[in-house]
Design a binder for this molecule. Structure first.
Ligand code: AMP
Ligand code: MG
Length: 299
C-alpha cells in the first residue's frame, strides 16, 4: 500500500517549506517517512525492504528463515552482527530478552494469529528449544545448537531497519527526516528548524498519552495492546517471558524508550516491558536512556 501526501509546513511566519509524507506496509506494520526531501521515503523504504528480506522469519528466502529451517547456515556479516547484539541483550537481561522465543510464539499462535492457550506440557517441551546461549555464531556461520530452535527478531529488527535507513539517508546527504516503523522512530535532524514532534499512543484509549519534541534521537514503544488475545477474561500479550514460556503478566501496559539509536531503543523497550517498573533504573543507567513506563494504574 502506498499513500502519498503533500502538506505545507509553516515555520513561524517566516518560511513555508513543502513536507512529503509517504506510508508503506513493511515488516508487518506501517512505515511512515516524513521529510522535506522528496526522495527520502524511497531511499528509506528500499533499505527497510532489504533488511526485511534478510531478517524476517516470514520471508521464506531470508537468512533467518533458512536458519530456522536448516539449523545451520553460512550467514552474512550483518545477520551475524544482529544475532550477536541480540545475544548481548539476552545476557544483560538474564534471559528476559530472547530472540529464540520462536517456538513459544508458534505455540501460542502469535506467529500465524491462530491464538490458543497451550497445555503446560506443551510449554515445557517448547522451552527445551529456547535460549539464545544455544545460538553459535562462527566466523561466517550461524548454528542453532538445539533441535526445534527458531529465531524471531520481532523485538529488534524494526529498530535496526530504522537505523539503517537513517544511515542510508545521511549517506545521500539528507539531514532531515522522520522515520516511524510502527512505533520504532528516528528523528533525523529537525523539521524546518524546530524539533520533530512525536505523539505516543494512549495504551488504553484512542488518542495520545504524551508528546515528545526530539532531534537526532530514537524512540521505541512496546505495548501489550499492540497484539494480544483474550482467554478466560485475560488479555494475553505477544510479549513472552522466555523463562516461563508465558505471555508477560505484570502491571505494565506500555513502555517508551528514548536513546541514540533505534535498535537499542527497540530492544530495551521490550526488556522493560518484560521486567516491569523494577527493571528500568538499571536499563536507564546502562544504556543512557530515557524510559517512560505506564502501569495499569496510570491509564
Ligand atoms: P516489541 O514490539 O519490540 O516489544 O517486540 C515484540 C515482538 O518481539 C513480539 O511480537 C515477538 O515477535 C518478539 N518477542 C516477544 N517476546 C519477546 C522477548 N521476551 N524477547 C525477544 N523478543 C520477543
Ligand atoms: Mg522492541
Amino acid at each position: 500500500m502506498l499513500i502519498l501526501a503533500l502538506a505545507l509546513l509553516t515555520t513561524g511566519c517566516q518560511q513555508q517549506q513543502p513536507i512529503f509524507k509517504e506510508t508503506r506496509m513493511m515488516m508487518g506494520t506501517f512505515v511512515e517517512v516524513t521529510s522535506a526531501h522528496k526522495e527520502a521515503a524511497g531511499i528509506a523504504f528500499s533499505e527497510i525492504q532489504r533488511i526485511e528480506s534478510l531478517l524476517s522469519k516470514y520471508v521464506p528466502e531470508s537468512e533467518i528463515s533458512r536458519l530456522n529451517n536448516q539449523g545451520s547456515i553460512t550467514a552474512s556479516p550483518e545477520t551475524r552482527q544482529i544475532l550477536q547484539k541480540a545475544q548481548e541483550f539476552y545476557k544483560f537481561s538474564n534471559g528476559a530478552f530472547d530472540v529464540t522465543i520462536g517456538p513459544l510464539l508458534d505455540l501460542w499462535g502469535f506467529s500465524d494469529k491462530k491464538y490458543r492457550r497451550p497445555q503446560d506440557a506443551e510449554i515445557a517441551k517448547a522451552l527445551e528449544s529456547v535460549g539464545s546461549r544455544h545460538i553459535l555464531i562462527g566466523d561466517d556461520t550461524v548454528e542453532l545448537n538445539k533441535t526445534g530452535m527458531k529465531i524471531d527478531l520481532g523485538a529488534i529488527a524494526k529498530g535496526y531497519a530504522v537505523d539503517m535507513a537513517v544511515k542510508r539517508l545521511k549517506s545521500r546527504g539528507i539531514d532531515s527526516a522522520l522515520i516511524n516503523a510502527g512505533g520504532d522512530i528516528f528523528c533525523l535532524g529537525n523539521k524546518g528548524g524546530s524539533p520533530w514532534r512525536i505523539a505516543i499512543k494512549h495504551p488504553a484509549k484512542t488518542g495520545f498519552v504524551k508528546y515528545l519534541n526530539l532531534q537526532n534521537k530514537a524512540v521505541a514503544t512496546s505495548g501489550g495492546y499492540e497484539q494480544y488475545f483474550n482467554s478466560n477474561g485475560k488479555a494475553l500479550t505477544h510479549i513472552i517471558d522466555p523463562r516461563r514460556g508465558l505471555p508477560v503478566e505484570n502491571k505494565t501496559v506500555s513502555v517508551t524508550v528514548i536513546t541514540e539509536d533505534c535498535l537499542t531503543a527497540d530492544a530495551i523497550a521490550t526488556i522493560a516491558f518484560v521486567e516491569g517498573r523494577s527493571g528500568i533504573e538499571r536499563l536507564k543507567k546502562a544504556f543512557n536512556a530515557e524510559i517512560l513506563l505506564w502501569d495499569e494504574t496510570d491509564v
